[in-house]
Design a protein around this ligand. Sequence first.
Ligand code: ATP
Ligand code: MG
Length: 204
Amino acid sequence: MDVVTLGIFGGTFDPVHNGHLAVAEAVQSALALDCVLFVPVADPPHKRNRALTPAEDRWRMVKLAVANRPGFAVSRVDIDRAGPQYSVDTVQLLQREFSVGAGETFFIIGADALAGIPHWHNPQTLVERCRLVAVHRPGVKPSIDALLAALPQLRSRLLWVEMPPVPISATEIRRRVARGEAISRLVPAAVADYIARHRLYLSS
Ligand code: ATP
Ligand code: MG
């Protein structure tokens, strides 16, 4: 893929859902990005409180979700290297792979995750390497003042993309599957099939 402007969308994607796709679409069209790269992370430094679904399953579900969507792709960069995989390194590795610079790299993040950025590994370098594109998330009121106080370098590196709120979370999807409830409105059909066939999330 020839890429001039790159969106990097990291997450556990356990599973990928329609909220993620809506975020990617909103950011892609607002910024006219050539590529939005979904980056499932094998061993996220901040999600060590529960066992994640194997990375291969999460990666395959993202692959199914972005199939036939021009401009969306999935990277294995945070699956194939040893963890914990810090985003600051992810960005650098992808910039080398796609030959893009800081001015062409946009790190996509929901408001809940944005609030945690000052606690990430080397956040100053992260915001030097790329701009952050934030989207609001239903039920999340980020304290931007606190965020900018903790990471003043972010001020000139943060932009917001407006989108209709999508009240979907992977946590809720896992709960619904464990209770035997339908998820067909929450994930692409191919992802719902994958979850059923591989008997994922049956116990929470
Ligand atoms: P979980 O409930 O397991 O944390 P999740 O739905 O939050 O899952 P993640 O893989 O944690 O999904 O999220 C990846 C990225 O997508 C994060 O930046 C998160 O803020 C963002 N995101 C996920 N769902 C939404 C949504 N419905 N609206 C806006 N941003 C979202
Ligand atoms: Mg989350």
